[in-house]
Design a protein around this ligand. Structure first.
Ligand SMILES: [Zn+2]
Length: 81
């Protein structure tokens, strides 16, 4: 995915990213025809690390143990144990 940074151009002379305008703020080169800055941005889903099956299983086991304890508490509460 490519996004264009509005209002910024790359100076063809010095290569700096400079505000769009008539002249480069660094080297004073004419940047009226300089190309707009394009930066590549990774989709956000890629930044999130996908959980492995083992990690998910671990979480589910933890959850299951919690629920088992809850069930025991409830059983005691109603006099089954
Ligand atoms: Zn420049």
């Amino acid at each position: 995915m490519e996004i264009e940074i509005v209002g910024q151009v790359k100076c063809p002379e010095c290569g700096n990213i400079v505000p769009k305008g008539r002249y480069c703020i660094f080297c004073r080169a004419d940047i009226t025809n300089a190309p707009p800055v394009i930066t590549k941005k990774e989709p956000e889903e890629k930044e999130k690390k996908e959980m492995s099956l083992e990690e998910r299983l671990e979480l589910l086991e933890e959850e299951l143990n919690k629920l088992k304890k809850d069930i025991d508490v409830l059983k005691r509460a109603i006099g089954l144990i």
